[in-house]
Design a binder for this molecule. Structure first.
Ligand SMILES: Nc1ncnc2c1ncn2[C@@H]1O[C@H](COP(=O)(O)OP(=O)(O)OP(=O)(O)O)[C@@H](O)[C@H]1O
Ligand SMILES: [Mg+2]
Length: 242
């Protein structure tokens, strides 16, 4: 069974066709990088997968659960990092993580343990009682990552998760995702940071104008663009051709 199935998704905002028959599948334990230029439809896709938007046509499943007809079951398997973290300015870091824990019905003890673990991992111990609204962009990303990891997801859905993270935080983040993936967790990551996904993702999908235009391992994609090509060259060539 696939961990994520996206099948012929269509989504328009008024006249704008954001997704035009997008299809891809992700196997358990894969770290799948969804790459594409601004406006390609990455955020729209991820929002559909976490139930924030309804597709006009097509289906999507998380571990076999249809995200429309079995919404709650599908959502309970997901850890999500949104693109624009605008909420909860007036909660402290600890309160926010406790709130997420209670939404997901985790027991208090394991929530406390997870909070300690991730704040330590991301070097945020000193910010435990700080309001979210007073954190830097990178710190907010670390808190959101902690929240997504903490809920013990089967599937991580992350929209530009490393935006604003410093190199050390990016390293910690990637190591944790890899560790979780080695235990069978699946990750879907949208990113612009091509060099960041290069040695991290096990599979890449390139999306342009709402359609998947290429997919494969980094090696597969490089072969299409010539041996010596960097991921950046591959990306520019494939998007240019579409
Ligand atoms: N709420 C909205 N209302 C109208 N149009 C929207 C809305 N959200 C997205 N769009 C449009 O849908 C298309 C896809 O947007 P989306 O945010 O999914 O792209 P993206 O790949 O995430 O881009 P980026 O790399 O800039 O984050 C764009 O043309 C965008 O302008
Ligand atoms: Mg986006």
């Amino acid at each position: 069974m696939y961990a994520i199935e996206v099948l012929n998704l269509h989504k328009s905002y008024g006249e704008t066709e954001a997704l035009r028959g997008l299809t891809f599948k992700v196997k358990p334990g894969e770290i799948y990088g969804l790459l594409g230029p601004n406006g390609a439809g990455k955020t729209t896709t991820l929002k559909i997968l976490v139930g924030l938007l309804k597709p006009d046509r097509g289906t999507a499943r998380i571990c076999g659960r249809d995200i429309v007809s079995h919404r709650v079951e599908a959502l309970s398997l997901i850890g999500y990092i949104p693109e624009n973290p605008v909420c909860f300015q007036n909660l402290t870091v600890k309160e926010f993580l406790e709130f997420i824990g209670s939404l997901r019905r985790l027991d208090r003890e394991s929530v406390e343990e997870a909070i300690n673990h991730y704040l330590d991992l991301f070097e945020l111990k000193g910010k435990r009682d700080e309001f979210i609204g007073n954190l830097s962009r990178g710190m907010i990303q670390k808190v959101l990552a902690s929240a997504a990891f903490m809920v013990k997801p089967k599937v991580l859905i992350m929209d530009e998760p490393m935006a604003g993270m410093d190199p050390e935080a990016q390293h910690v983040f990637k190591e944790e995702v890899k560790r979780m993936a080695s235990q069978g967790v699946t990750a879907l990551i949208s990113s612009h940071l091509l060099d960041m996904v290069e040695k991290f993702c096990t599979k890449l999908g390139i999306i342009s104008r709402g359609e998947l235009i290429a997919e494969g391992s980094l090696e597969d994609l490089k072969q299409r663009a010539g041996e010596e090509a960097s991921l950046e060259e591959v990306f520019l060539r494939l998007v240019g051709e579409s």
